[in-house]
Design a protein around this ligand. Sequence first.
Ligand SMILES: Nc1ncnc2c1ncn2[C@@H]1O[C@H](COP(=O)(O)OP(=O)(O)OP(=O)(O)O)[C@@H](O)[C@H]1O
Ligand SMILES: [Mg+2]
Length: 338
Amino acid sequence: MWLGIVLGAAVHGRVQLRRRRLFLLARRLLRAPFGLLGGGTFHVTARHAESVVPYPRRVPPALAVHALEKRYGSVHALRGVDLSVEEGELVGLLGPNGAGKSTLVKIAVGLVRATRGQAEVAGARAGSRAARAELGYLAELFRFPGWYTADEVLTLHQRLTRSDGGAAERGRLLERVALDDARDRRVDGMSKGMQQRLGIAQALVGSPRVLVLDEPTSALDPAGRRIVRVLLEELRGRGVSVLLNSHLLSEIELVCDRVAILRAGEVVAAGVPAELSRPRGIELETDEGTRTIEGATREDAPRLVAEAVAAGRQVYGVRVLTSTLEDTYLEAVGDEVS
Ligand SMILES: Nc1ncnc2c1ncn2[C@@H]1O[C@H](COP(=O)(O)OP(=O)(O)OP(=O)(O)O)[C@@H](O)[C@H]1O
Ligand SMILES: [Mg+2]
């Protein structure tokens, strides 16, 4: 019987050992593809070793900063900023000159080291190889070698990002920023706006999942801005996440899912553009002229029209007034410039 028990234990132990080995092998096999997919968005716990079923953890934000601080000597550029860009979200960062927008972006892409706080890209520490692999970046001030053609600039960046997209990717990207006719034009022979569009194409090399664009439309004419807007909407449709710095409030209002307004290194307002634009009243145009009913909302409009008609007025128009993002921005930052 003893022999039976000892043998039984040994066999059981072997089975356990084999199970454990199988589990480790399965975990190793699963880790490779899932690691590539999400920087550790899947994991297998020992408790589930028997079934080896991976379950998804909460997907980390595409980009997140927490309690972020940056000091440049005596200049306190960021004073504890919290901000996140979720998967497939387009977030606009607004603020006056010197508010800290570019500093935040440079920390997120790993060019500047934070004094305090955390910055992560797809769950990986900002600046790490894993974080950089997810990113496409257009700097606020950039300069490509003047003697390079548009095609050569993209080829260089394909080498840097190890993209194997080849000529097809370069052609597609130039077309998307309306530079397909300028493929062989040297950078020195390009206008500022053309160079900025080439910069955007450069940021898209290798199809990054997270795009960080520091004032990508500052040099663009209205047609160029529209090209970028359409491109951003298309990217969002494909699940790309974007953090966008800009001073062009109307652009931000049109394209962004969420905005954050920075002032002197702090977030002073944040939300969906429509939420930040508050109701300002109702404008009623009658045969007596136009008057504004302050504080009235869209819900008050039918009653106001009915009252005017009951009082014998001819009603020609009724308009709901809302404050624009510009009003909200100016309220939040005042007339501050530095
Ligand atoms: N390398 C640096 N050394 C010292 N101070 C710096 C450095 N970079 C930025 N600053 C300072 O940090 C603050 C924030 O600058 P930042 O460039 O982040 O502002 P911004 O919001 O991008 O402004 P803009 O709208 O003009 O681009 C400013 O006071 C700036 O002078
Ligand atoms: Mg800047």
